[in-house]
Design a protein around this ligand. Sequence first.
Ligand code: PMT
Length: 229
Amino acid sequence: ATALDALGLTITLTAGPTREPLDPVRYLTNHSSGKMGYALATAAARHGARVRLISGPVSLATPAGVERIDVESASEMLEAARQAIADSDIFIGCAAVADYRAEQYNEHKIKKTPGDETLVLRLVKNPDIVATMASAEPRPFVVGFAAETRDVEAYARDKLERKNLDMIVANDVSQSGLGFGADENAAVLLWRDADNEPGRLELPPQSKATLADAIIATVVARFHATQRE
Ligand code: PMT
């Protein structure tokens, strides 16, 4: 049976990597395939939500019934997210947003300098999309992800607090067969409840499809709980 606990809710998600251009032919990016975010969008639609998926460049089909907005850079992703703030009950940031972009975009292809064995690229910090969503007023229920390779829960709790999120999905991306690019993943969900008690739910390794279903069920339940608090 499919739970329709998200009926009437609008859920906006980000998925995939961002692509930060260096020149007309080159860019900086990462290994996100978009599978986790697309599985979440699919699950959210199955739970009855109206789903808006802000997607970085990936090679995945758009899930049925999902509105997809394609973007490339972190700046474009932020702009699409901003436009969705007022019309989102829940925002889930699953995208692997590049932390930095080139300080200067080169209009023309960067040339090799004869005799130079090194090239220095100067990078500047990208805006933080989930933190921007969480500081809007009024704001949706904001869920972030934390991709960590060590001290997973401690770093994730720190991101939950620092970015003022309602919930964070922590995943250990150092485990082979899980995380970036894989078909399976595992996660620990962390949140603060009304009495400031730490909430925690551990989800063992499983397909991204079943994991996404459990994440959406928990996010929607917490969303409804905060509406009552
Ligand atoms: O796409 P797949 O191949 O299926 O892999 C899934 C995944 C491993 C990419 C996914 O499960 C995941 O962990 N996504 C978040 C990746 C990430 O960038 O984590 P982070 O710990 O660096 O960032 C923390 C949070 O801040 C994330 O919600 C991220 O979307 C957000 N962020 C980060 C930087 C930035 N400039 N803006 C942001 O909103």
